[in-house]
Design a protein around this ligand. Structure first.
Ligand SMILES: Cc1cc2nc3c(=O)[nH]c(=O)nc-3n(C[C@H](O)[C@H](O)[C@H](O)COP(=O)(O)OP(=O)(O)OC[C@H]3O[C@@H](n4cnc5c(N)ncnc54)[C@H](O)[C@@H]3O)c2cc1C
Ligand SMILES: C[S@@+](CC[C@H](N)C(=O)[O-])C[C@H]1O[C@@H](n2cnc3c(N)ncnc32)[C@H](O)[C@@H]1O
Length: 670
């Protein structure tokens, strides 16, 4: 998906005071009122609230978020319904989001002012991503896709129960009513999905019919005589790809998962599963959670900028937005040590002008990232910095063990933590997986198991699935009183990182990166290396490394070769081997083991990635809308390596056959 700068909408009103778009020469809603339209056309037109009653989950997708009136009306109806579904997912796509200030102005006199204020409070930075905004304690989740409907619809992974089709009028806004838009809706439609719109234009009705909907006209309201209602009735329903199937639970089976490993990955998974209404048991081999790689005193988190804005940059950006929320909550609600006040990343390869040009080309907003000259960066850091810097206002630092604890606390009674419980093996028994201890006894069993035990995950499988390496890292800690030590006010990263003064009057900086090194001891030469990094980043040079007390921590990052996390159902190698002709060219086509999932490979970015990666996995397990674009889902999917291998193999076979055909044939028989 190509990143295109977002152009914000401009708020204007027509002579009757109705919000109006001069770009599309149309009103955002009829004169009779946005909420009246939302109730009659979109809610009633889709059989709501009746259809969501008694359901565990209901999914709505809207084209055109605009002022969010349909969303607010839906949220109000859901809150006011005693028989409401447990969880409501509202996905909406918007090419021209309003600024927060304009949105506030538009909702000044709204009868749903309180809900509008909640929306304003949660309103995201306008980056071209899928943003998740939580309401009603997370029971209502708004997934806001910022960008063009034609780009986003193929990137959404969800089973949609009701569509709200709310572009501007088809003659002024044809892009919202194209046949390919309707086709994309059909791909997302759950078997009994419905759609409704105020438009009765022929292209709308015909588009819906061609895509497999049965269409009827229904009485309108206000100045609108008729509206369109539709029901999905396809002649053919394509099968769901194996990797995108929700976990199958035995009849009446509890929504429960075992999570092996209680580092950042496992603890975030507990939180994310609880958000989906699932219980879990966390099995941790050590005496307490976050005692292995996630046990550093503090670490930094932030997004990244890359001119190509490829999968890595987009996943990091989306993840950084989730991380800021998780860290902020850990600090304010659970007393974690940390700060979300920005991070500076020194830039050695581009000038400030080049950095600005990159941001202009990508259209990234200043509340996500800014390009600062060295002087401005120095002012923020409180130190003279040698280089220009990227400033990520939503970044910061946190104590990973406190973040992990906060994530588990958020799961509340839905998570049970069992420390000192090492899983020696996994065994399939009937419909369930059993976690086995060293003596061969069953520790726990469940239809669903998540391996969040970093490098140890492959040991629990019959054969390794992923190209992972263990990369040793040593961070250095020094007392603040160390002569010559000066620390920044914000974390500074670049080649290594240094944090501001930590509680306990400690400085922390580093870290080394040593693949294939198993040494658990702190080493003097690594300390020197970290001191040199500190000096390069900040100009601060504590007394010669040899004289400074050796202190810090050693850990191992679990890193996949493509430096992205490994998330999803575990590939079924036996099924692949048994079906030689099987199509595997996309990760989602790779066959999976039932009920066995993995979340590992968090590399050097566990704090940034933990929450979004876990929410992606929990969405797969629960079968709820995926919080990341499909292309990003493919990029982090646990089946991607099997898929790449299959593509390489088929390219090799093709190459061989071309070479055979091109080779000169043998001597002709006389
Ligand atoms: C020196 C260093 C500095 C870093 N700095 C940063 C930073 O600034 N910012 C950042 O975002 N990231 C940083 N990282 C990376 C970050 O720490 C990791 O990405 C993250 O901690 C990985 O979390 P995890 O849950 O995947 O792994 P772990 O924290 O290792 O958790 C896995 C857990 O599984 C348990 N386990 C394993 N096998 C079993 C079993 N069989 N049964 C039961 N339990 C089991 C382990 O005991 C462990 O608790 C740093 C890493 C290092 C080494
Ligand atoms: C009628 S308004 C939607 C009103 C909205 N549902 C509400 O409740 O306030 C139509 C919206 O579609 C958006 N839009 C127009 N073309 C689009 C496109 N190609 N992709 C995504 N959104 C688009 C407009 O920016 C506008 O916000």
């Amino acid at each position: 998906m190509k990143t295109a700068p977002l152009v914000a909408a401009t708020l204007a009103f027509d002579t009757e005071g109705v919000a109006f778009s001069s770009a599309y020469r149309d009103r955002y809603h009829p004169r009779s009122g946005a909420l009246e339209q939302a109730a009659h056309v979109f809610l009633h037109g889709n059989g709501l609230p009746g259809r969501w009653q008694g359901r565990e989950r209901f999914v709505i997708l809207e084209t055109g978020f605009g002022l969010g009136n349909n969303f607010l009306a839906t949220l109000a109806a859901w809150r006011g319904d005693p028989r409401r579904c447990e969880r409501l997912h509202f996905i909406s796509i918007e090419k021209h989001p309003f600024t927060r200030a304009d949105l506030a102005r538009a909702h000044e006199g709204s009868p749903l002012r309180e809900l509008a204020d909640e929306l304003l409070h949660a309103w995201p930075s306008p980056t071209p991503d899928l943003h998740r905004l939580d309401f009603a304690g997370g029971q209502v989740q708004l997934l806001l896709a910022l960008g063009d409907v034609a780009d986003w619809l193929p990137q959404i992974a969800a089973r949609v129960d009701a569509f709200f089709l709310d572009g501007f009028a088809p003659d002024r806004n044809p892009a919202m009513w194209q046949p390919r838009v309707f086709k994309a809706l059909a791909r997302l439609a759950a078997p009994d999905a419905t759609a409704a719109t105020w438009s009765v234009a022929r292209m709308v009705r015909e588009g819906l019919v061609t895509a497999g909907f049965e269409v009827e006209r229904a009485p309108g309201s206000g100045a609108k005589r008729e509206i369109t209602r539709a029901r999905f009735a396809p002649r053919f329903v394509p099968r769901c790809a194996p990797a995108r199937l929700a976990a199958a639970l035995p009849d009446g089976g509890e929504r429960h998962a075992i999570i092996v490993g209680a580092g950042l990955a496992g603890c975030a998974t507990a939180m994310a599963l609880a958000e989906q209404g699932w219980n879990c048991t966390l099995l941790e081999g050590l005496a307490s959670m976050a005692g292995a790689t996630s046990g550093n005193r503090a670490g930094v988190f932030h997004g990244i900028v890359n001119p190509q804005d490829g999968a890595h940059a987009r996943f990091n950006r989306a993840a950084a937005l989730h991380a800021a929320g998780a860290v902020q909550q850990a600090i304010t609600q659970h007393g974690a040590a940390g700060q979300v006040a920005g991070v500076l990343r020194l830039e050695s390869r581009s000038s400030e002008a080049e950095m600005r040009a990159q941001l202009d080309a990508l259209g990234l907003p200043p509340d996500y990232v800014q390009a600062l000259p060295a002087a401005d960066a120095s002012r923020l850091a409180g130190l003279a910095l040698p280089l220009p810097a990227w400033f990520y206002p939503g970044g910061g630092w946190v104590a990973p063990p406190a973040l992990a604890a906060s994530l588990v606390q958020r799961a509340g009674a839905k998570a049970t933590l069992r420390c000192g419980t090492q899983v020696a093996a996994l065994r399939r028994a009937g419909d369930a997986w059993q976690a086995i201890d060293v003596r061969g006894a069953v520790i726990a069993k469940s239809a669903v198991v998540v391996l969040a035990n970093a490098a140890d995950a492959q040991r629990l499988l019959d054969e390794p699935r992923w190209p992972l390496s263990k990369v040793r890292g040593q961070v250095t800690e020094l007392p603040l009183a160390t002569p010559g030590l000066r620390l920044p006010l914000l974390p500074i990263t670049g080649n290594g990182y240094v944090l501001p003064a930590l509680p306990g009057a400690t400085a922390l900086f580093g870290a080394t990166s040593q693949p294939g090194d198993d040494d658990p001891q702190l080493r003097v030469e690594d300390q020197r290396h970290n001191l040199a990094r500190l000096e390069r980043l900040t100009g601060s040079s504590p007394r010669d490394g040899a004289c400074v007390e050796l202190a810090g921590r050693v850990g191992w990052r679990c890193v996949a070769t493509d430096r992205l996390p490994v998330i999803g159902a575990v590939p079924d190698l036996a099924a692949i081997a048994a079906q030689p002709g099987l199509r595997l060219d996309q990760p989602c086509l790779v066959p999976r083991l039932p009920g066995l999932y993995v979340y590992i490979g968090l590399a050097s970015r566990g704090i940034t990635w933990a929450a979004l990666g876990a929410r992606t996995l929990a969405a797969v397990i629960a079968g709820s809308p995926c919080p990341i674009a499909a292309s990003l889902h493919d990029a982090v999917d646990a089946g991607r390596f099997a898929s790449r291998e299959a593509r390489r193999e088929s390219a090799r076979r093709l190459g061989d056959s071309v070479a055979r055909r091109a080779a000169p044939s043998g001597p002709r028989a006389p």
